[in-house]
Design a protein. Structure first.
Length: 243
């Protein structure tokens, strides 16, 4: 009887091996497919402009449900045609170490953690690269899964994209008002001019509203937004931009 039980266990073990191999095989295929697909996606967007983002779609549905105009106002502007004032304002106001970091500003993250511990209101430590990863490749809701994927896509775009391409995409897809996305649409909406010809103050005002573009208005700025814009203008010329 003991011998029969041993033989039965051996047979069961042998039968289970092909199943484990199949599971491992399919797991490797899925993981490999994920990496290959996401890398291809990132490489494709080097030469192709992102057609639309999840946030743009979500905002459109929200506005339609509320009975408001749900048009997505956006117009792509090539990097060379975007005002240098806006490029510098974006770096000055959103990501001071953009030109030197590898996608993550550890100093800003530490400061954000400390301020949050103290109960002070402060934007998170998200860099321009992280914001591009979040806006172009992911959905808006916060979760640990999305944060992990944001980190992954940030690494990919820092590896495969130039800083010039990252900033170009950022200034074309970021939300800059209610239904307004990107430099060209925002420039025409707030100042009735092209994103090519923004003054320093106009560029700074657009960037100053980015923490809350649904609530703040670059054309009629609050005292806080005005102070923030003035601070951006003050340091604008200290920042270099990708050439």
């Amino acid at each position: 009887m003991a011998i029969k039980r041993v033989n039965r266990r051996k047979r069961n073990k042998i039968k289970s091996l092909p199943i484990k191999k199949k599971i491992l095989k399919w797991t490797l295929r899925i993981v490999g497919g994920f990496f290959a697909g996401t890398i291809f996606w990132v490489l494709l967007l080097i030469v192709m402009d992102p057609p639309i983002t999840y946030l743009q779609l979500q905002r459109a549905f929200e506005r339609k449900a509320a009975g408001k105009d749900w048009k997505i106002d956006k117009e792509w502007l090539d990097y060379k045609d975007i005002s240098d004032n806006l490029k510098r304002a974006a770096i000055a106001g959103e990501d001071a170490h953009f030109m030197t970091h590898n996608g993550f500003d550890t100093k800003a993250i530490k400061e954000a953690i400390e301020k949050n511990k103290e109960g002070k209101k402060l934007r998170g430590g998200s860099t321009i690269s992280q914001q591009v990863a979040k806006n172009v490749f992911l959905w808006p809701e916060r979760s640990w899964l999305r944060k992990g994927l944001e980190t992954y896509f940030t690494v990919l775009i820092e590896i495969f994209w130039s800083k010039k391409r990252i900033l170009e995409v950022y200034l074309n897809v970021i939300e800059m008002g209610q239904g307004v996305y990107g430099a060209e649409a925002a420039s025409r909406y707030y100042f009735y001019k092209s994103g090519k010809s923004l003054s320093k103050k106009e560029a700074a005002l657009i960037i100053a509203i980015l923490p809350s573009p649904q609530k703040w208005d670059a054309r009629n700025p609050s005292n806080y937004v005005n102070r923030r814009a003035n601070n951006i203008v003050r340091y604008l010329n200290y920042y270099s931009i990708p050439e």
